[in-house]
Design a binder for this molecule. Structure first.
Ligand code: ATP
Ligand code: MG
Ligand code: MG
Length: 366
């Protein structure tokens, strides 16, 4: 019971609020966008993240959490000492900057793709060969859904890509020949107790998550190893709250951490309809100090994102509705090409049925 403040008012805040309400917890979001998805199910403070009156209101909540990395660290700093902020500013500062994040992951003992931090022109020299000759150049800050990234296969392409990204601080990563992508979330409360989400398998299209499936079709032992990495990062970074790790799995089974998000994650949306507690409830519980336990769907489950199309084509809504095991989640956002507008969760009694239904569902969502 109590009031939860959230920095950010997007769809993740919307779904956090929907999970908090039945626990007796009200939500207040600080979010400048007047059309923010969370406005409809939470008290919406429509102001910049650093607005003093907005921050005063959040400081009056029982605890503050976040749903978005790109809030200024200063907003958290202004709250710390007045209200518990979970995760705190130090963790946010790491995870919102790719180069710092990768260094901090390695310090915690997590393996990553080879990378070189690019801040000055001189950093370009020898960088591509240092990461294996083929790579992805990514801006260190503000990138999501594959935005602010370029594939590079030669030194000339690397230079051109860095120019095209405005010579912003970047990370050059080696191209990882992964077998699959998986993700796993960990929650840790202020007492240091841990709980884990399920191992989920993800497929991306044009840098944007398209589908997530539980259970992941990964070799035996993968989940246990992913949990160990998650534990090392959560403990090494002093996490309070929930953190999701995205992994590449190599053909030999090795897990490399691609990136982390200090919050619930798109790949975990399928936990909303699997019959267990959802990732959203897990984050609410972790930050408020409510009892924590591992969370996972009780049955095979999948998710397909609904993403705005260039030609405005819409999903076959009636078809989705008619497919057994589906549930629709919309974010009340104006459609734009490449924008995440909602998702469909899907459950089935067994994996074979899930796969068949997922093929059917994907065909209905352009
Ligand atoms: P989001 O935050 O929405 O997950 P992002 O913009 O931060 O996306 P990444 O997660 O870094 O982007 O990359 C998006 C996708 O691009 C990855 O999930 C993966 O499919 C592919 N990708 C990224 N980095 C690499 C790499 N080093 N090697 C191979 N594929 C990669
Ligand atoms: Mg990212
Ligand atoms: Mg990612």
């Amino acid at each position: 019971q109590g009031t939860l403040g959230i920095l950010g008012g997007g769809q993740l805040a919307q779904m956090l609020a929907l999970a908090a309400l039945p626990l007796g917890v009200k939500v207040v979001v600080l979010e400048p966008d007047p059309q923010a998805p969370a406005r409809l199910c939470a008290e919406h403070l429509q102001a910049p993240y650093t607005d003093p009156a907005g921050l005063d209101r959040l400081a009056g909540c029982d605890v503050v959490t976040l749903e978005f990395e790109n809030v200024p660290v200063e907003a958290l700093a202004a709250l710390e000492g007045r209200v518990p902020v979970r995760p705190g500013g130090a963790l946010l500062a790491r995870s919102k900057h790719r180069a710092r994040e990768k260094e901090a992951l390695q310090t915690a003992g997590a393996a990553t793709a080879p990378f070189v931090s690019i801040e000055h022109e001189a950093d370009l020299t020898g960088a591509l060969s240092a990461v294996g000759g083929r790579g992805l150049l990514k801006t260190s800050e503000l990138g999501y859904d594959g935005k602010g990234q370029a594939r590079v296969n030669s030194d000339a392409e690397l230079r051109a890509a860095w120019d095209a990204l405005g010579r912003a601080p970047c990370v050059l990563e080696g191209l990882v020949p992964f077998e699959r992508e998986v993700s796993l979330a960990v929650a840790r409360n202020a007492a240091g107790e841990l709980a884990f989400g399920p191992l989920i398998e993800n497929t991306h299209r044009q840098g944007i998550l398209r589908t997530s499936v539980f259970p992941a079709a990964a070799p035996a032992g993968t989940e246990a190893r992913a949990r160990e990495v998650a534990r090392a990062v959560a403990e090494g970074w002093g996490l309070e709250g929930l953190l999701t790790l995205e992994f590449f799995q190599l053909p030999d089974g090795t897990l490399l951490v691609n990136e982390v998000a200090p919050r619930v994650h798109n790949s975990g949306h399928l936990t909303q309809d699997g019959g267990g507690i959802s990732q959203f409830e897990a984050q609410v519980r972790a930050v408020l100090g409510l009892p924590l336990r591992d969370w996972a769907p009780l049955h095979p489950a999948a998710m397909v994102n609904i993403i705005g199309t260039a030609d405005g084509r819409e999903p076959d809504w009636a078809g989705i509705d008619a497919l057994p095991g589906t549930r629709l989640h919309l974010y009340h956002k104006a459609p734009r090409p490449g924008r995440k507008l909602g998702h469909v969760n899907l459950v089935a009694p067994d994996l074979e049925t899930l796969r068949a239904r997922l093929d059917g569902l994907e065909a209905l969502i352009p």
